[in-house]
Write a protein that binds this ligand. Structure first.
Ligand code: NAD
Length: 360
């Protein structure tokens, strides 16, 4: 019996979460789900988007399954997603992007994984509002220390890169490649000139790669990676990048393989992992039984692997693959014909039926 903290989250979160629990239950693996709140919904109820009880429950569980949590424009709180990643030291985000046969895409055969750091880069620094006392103090300090002349009214964003943080991310990426039968890690930065942060990132990844002679490690300029992704993404295996580039890359890669409804993911720390889709709370679809649950279901399959339930994970992934390729029971974003369009619940029920029909 696995103890799983479940965070339904905001918007379409509760719908895709319930759909995912139904499919995971169909594997026959025993779970004890503990539902807790996080996000805008928690802020409205408790005045805190990341309640301490939620974090405590997450720490105690075997793994966490998380729906999207909203940070609406102008919200009086920091992104609950970023807060919880920093609080639990979840440093590596993994986004597998696979074009399942049947998905309409000019990039059939794409099967890559984006691994990015999520506790450094902009998440490790901070955002400082234009004209605020902090921004002004930093601008003044930079003028004194480095002779930098930054306009006094500038908004600032501070990014970080450390040797220690990059080394553990690189180790994670090479181990992930090894465990998952992948052979090449492409490190994407812009390391030339005086870009100290990104040069350090590449240098540390290169150093770490020496401990993994079975995995090829190569450098590619980040802009060339974007260019190649929209021409021939099939050439990539694992992409390893700092946080900000990774956020952008994951969006592009989700687009290559059918959209956000197909992009699962997970955030890993040393002793805890949170499984969540790449998409957000899609507020316009809230309560409409319309959202594609497959991204969170595929995240659920990653969770099964993390728990060592690899056969159950394969059954879930095979069910998704079969249902997509059959093209008869899919949400609006994937259905090849109007007759094939079904709701979140119906798609999940059909997936659960398929999973039950395969051997445990
Ligand atoms: P979004 O991913 O919520 O939605 C963008 C569009 O993608 C939607 O309008 C919809 O057309 C489509 N889409 C997304 N998920 C889908 C699904 N499962 N099935 C079908 N179509 C889907 O991005 P957004 O509108 O930029 O963000 C909305 C909210 O989500 C914001 O408050 C943001 O802060 C939050 N967010 C949370 C997370 C997270 O919890 N990890 C990630 C991204 C955004």
């Amino acid at each position: 019996m696995y103890n799983i903290t479940v965070i339904p989250g905001d918007g379409i979160g509760p719908e895709v979460t319930e759909a995912t629990l139904a499919v995971l239950a169909a594997t026959g693996v025993s779970f004890n789900w503990q539902r807790v709140e996080m996000g805008h919904v928690a802020w409205e109820r408790f005045g805190n988007p990341v309640p301490a009880e939620t974090v405590a429950a997450m720490r105690k569980s075997d793994a966490c399954l998380k729906g999207p949590c909203a940070t609406p424009a102008g919200a009086p709180f920091r992104s609950p997603n970023v807060t919880v990643r920093l609080e639990l030291d979840l440093f590596a985000s993994v986004r597998p992007c696979k074009a399942y046969p049947g998905v309409r895409t000019p990039f059939a055969g794409t099967d890559l994984v984006v691994i990015r750091g999520i506790t450094e880069d902009k998440a490790g620094g901070g955002q400082f509002a234009a004209g605020g006392p902090e921004a002004r103090a930093i601008i003044e300090a930079l003028a004194n220390v480095a002779g930098k002349r930054i306009p006094a009214a500038a908004a600032l964003s501070l990014a970080t890169c450390t040797e220690m943080g990059t080394a553990r991310l690189a180790r994670f990426a090479f181990d992930y490649a090894r465990r998952n039968g992948r052979h090449r890690v492409t490190v994407g930065v812009k390391g030339g000139g005086a870009n100290h942060m990104e040069a350090l990132f590449w240098q540390v990844c290169q150093e770490k790669s020496k401990e993994y002679p079975d995995i090829e490690c190569e450098y590619e300029a980040i802009d060339v990676i974007f260019l190649q992704l929209v021409r021939r993404p099939q050439q990539f295996d694992v992409l390893l990048v700092p946080g900000n580039y990774g956020g952008l890359l994951s969006g592009v890669c989700a687009g290559l393989v059918g959209g956000l409804g197909m992009a699962g993911g997970a955030n890993y720390g040393d002793s805890l992992a949170v499984f969540e889709a790449a998409h957000g709370s899609a507020p316009k679809y809230t309560g409409q039984n319309k959202a594609n649950p497959m991204a969170l279901i595929l995240s659920g399959a990653l969770m099964l692997r993390y728990l060592g339930e690899c056969r159950a994970a394969e059954r879930v992934e095979a069910a998704v693959s079969a249902q997509v390729s059959e093209g008869k029971c899919l949400t609006y974003d994937l259905a090849p014909t109007p007759e094939a369009i079904h709701g979140t619940r119906e798609v999940a029920a059909e997936l659960a039926r398929r999973v039950r029909g395969t051997k445990g």
